[in-house]
Design a protein around this ligand. Structure first.
Ligand code: C5P
Length: 233
């Protein structure tokens, strides 16, 4: 059954924990990103764990293999469940990350940031990029070959990635919206049922829940649709 991750897109520890306490036991998994981690560090992760929550640490690591391995080891020691690295860090970096992760931390690779266009990639890499989707799949296969456990991808890519990577890869998908909901700044959105049906294992759902007039009702609807997508109802 797919799981739900709520991103703590809040400026500081107090605001983040208010959100967590507001949802009580109804969300098990929270995402701590660069902003919150830069402000509040490992302490906010420990406070989540003290509340019985599991943590997705979205730090998108990329550096020399030794440095990334030490950072992964630190995250594993902290007891987070999921951690992101950049696929473009290369095979040696990815393999060092996997070796440092141990048995319980699962590593997710970011392929192409959804903010990057084919023109952006062509400028950075110095070659024409006719299809961003093809680059996403290529980098996903590259990361899996280095032993990375899963991928973060937009809902638009999840079906192709599931087909390319097989059943074992963990697929995590943001950009989830309820039908008729505001897309905000997301362009590649999907409903929870479609994302699960296409093969997502974890959905990162932020504003579709946190910006709803009735948050609890929105959360219940997201979960209901996830069950529909899984064929459970
Ligand atoms: O509010 P919303 O559901 O759009 O939030 C989605 C979360 O997923 C945010 O934390 C955002 O930074 C993250 N994310 C994303 N798109 C990506 C990667 C991460 O929306 N491609």
């Amino acid at each position: 059954m797919a799981e739900l991750i709520l991103p703590l897109d809040r400026p500081g520890r107090r605001e983040a924990l208010e959100l967590v306490d507001d949802f009580g036991g109804s969300v098990d998994f929270y995402k701590v990103g660069l902003e919150l981690f830069s402000r509040s560090g490992p302490d906010v992760v420990r406070e989540l764990q003290d509340r019985g929550k599991r943590v997705f640490l979205d730090l998108k690591l990329m550096d020399i293999p030794h440095t990334v391995a030490r950072a992964v080891e630190a995250a594993a020691d902290l007891g987070v469940d999921l951690l992101t690295v950049h696929a473009v860090g290369g095979t040696a970096m990815l393999e060092a990350a996997v070796a440092a992760a141990g048995d319980s931390l699962r590593l997710l690779a970011v392929t192409v940031l959804t903010s990057s266009s084919s023109g952006d990639l062509a400028a950075v890499w110095g070659r024409p990029i006719p299809s961003v989707d093809a680059e996403v799949t290529r980098l996903a296969e590259f990361a899996r070959a280095a032993g990375i456990h899963g991928l973060v991808s937009s809902a638009r890519e999840v079906r192709a990635l599931r087909a390319a990577l097989g059943p074992e890869a963990i697929l995590v998908t943001p950009g989830i919206r309820l039908p008729g909901g505001d897309a905000h700044d997301q362009t590649r959105v999907a409903t929870p049922d479609a994302a699960v049906r296409d093969g997502a294992d974890f959905l990162v759902v932020g504003r579709a829940i946190t910006a709803a007039a009735d948050r609890r009702a929105a959360l219940a609807e997201v979960r209901r649709r996830m069950a529909v997508g899984a064929g459970a109802v």
